[in-house]
Design a binder for this molecule. Structure first.
Ligand code: CP
Ligand code: NVA
Length: 320
């Protein structure tokens, strides 16, 4: 089984991954021999601080050896196919963790691989981040069910994964974006179906004030993602300016509400320093929880402990 998007998992998978991650947080070396010196290959086609460091550390803690490569290190840069690369890595590694641009590239890796493939961020999804976010919420409120979150800003990979994660974790989500940067239609459809099945609300709006009214958490992310054309930057800033999370917007949430951001943050753009650095901001707890949830995700995948949603985005040899 692969983890390419949150919707590959069931609600039960999510809560078991959170329990396991929480156990790793309390007792770090719990399963140090799981990987028995085996390699886990990490591939980053985009920069990374949290994801790379958390997975490399997690692999060490599980007794494995992280092998991190980029596009210029591999023969793929000279034309070797994704499929052959995936087959070769499968013969040498216990798992493959990859950050790519197009989701389709990662899907091709997964289809050809016979080891679990983990999405370390694509243009479309960031499942590992959303799982760490749920752990952070559960720590702060003691539960996820019945809570409400607003995502305010540009619709992107983080938004997509939160839409699926909130639905599976029993949380209401309200997403406020400008029309030009709304979440992707097919992901919205899937998230609506998941929310309906869980009996929770998912609202899409263009009005930040409507989204944040009385919520338990406000979340935002960069207005220009790594997969977006850098030339769009000025236009995006102009269109997204009314979506900044500032003290006035934060004040419309519950007085107990927390502020969340996957990082890296751009203070003065999607969030003010006043909110990002306030005592209700949990951004560094989210970052730390990337480590604990990387441990949980790897162990669940390598021990075949995820039951899956029954709708695996890319069935491949690893599932048969
Ligand atoms: N939040 C996150 O994925 O950060 P990195 O890009 O630093 O890995
Ligand atoms: N949406 C951002 C997330 C970075 C962790 C990006 O893709 O660049």
């Amino acid at each position: 089984m692969h983890l390419l998007r949150v919707a590959d998992l069931s609600s039960r998978d999510i809560s078991r991954a959170l329990d396991l991650s929480d156990a790793f947080k309390r007792h770090p070396p719990r399963s140090a021999t799981l990987l028995h010196g085996a390699a886990v290959t990490l591939y980053f086609a985009k920069p990374s601080t949290r994801t790379r460091i958390s997975f490399e550390t997690a692999i060490h803690r599980l007794g494995g050896v992280p092998v991190t490569v980029g596009p210029n290190d591999l023969q793929m840069g000279r034309g070797e196919s994704i499929e052959d690369t995936a087959r070769v890595i499968s013969r040498m590694s216990r798992a493959f963790v990859a950050r790519t641009f197009a989701d389709d590239e990662l899907a091709r890796f997964a289809r050809a691989a016979s080891i679990p493939v983990v999405n370390a961020l694509t243009d479309g999804h960031h499942p590992c981040q959303a799982i760490a976010d749920l752990l952070t919420i559960r720590e702060k409120f003691g539960r996820t069910e019945g809570l409400s979150m607003a995502y305010v800003g540009a619709g992107n990979n983080v938004t997509h994964s939160l839409m699926e994660a909130c639905a599976l974790a029993g949380m209401e989500l309200r997403v406020a974006t400008p029309k030009a940067y709304a979440p992707h239609g097919t992901v919205v459809e899937r998230a609506h179906a998941l929310a309906k099945a869980s009996g929770v609300k998912l609202l899409l709006t263009n009005d930040p004030a409507e989204a944040v009214d009385g919520v338990d958490a406000i979340y935002t992310d960069t207005w220009l993602s790594m997969g977006d054309p850098p030339a769009e930057r000025e236009e995006r800033i102009a269109i997204l300016e009314p979506y900044q999370v500032n003290a006035a917007l934060f004040a419309k949430a519950k007085p107990t509400a927390i502020f969340m951001h996957c990082l890296p943050a751009h203070r003065g753009e999607e969030v003010t320093a006043e909110v990002a650095d306030s005592d209700r901001s949990v951004i560094f707890d989210q970052a730390e929880n990337r480590l604990h949830t990387s441990l949980g995700i790897l162990e669940m995948l390598v021990t075949h402990s995820f039951e899956g949603s029954g709708h695996q985005s890319v069935p491949g040899p690893a599932n048969s």
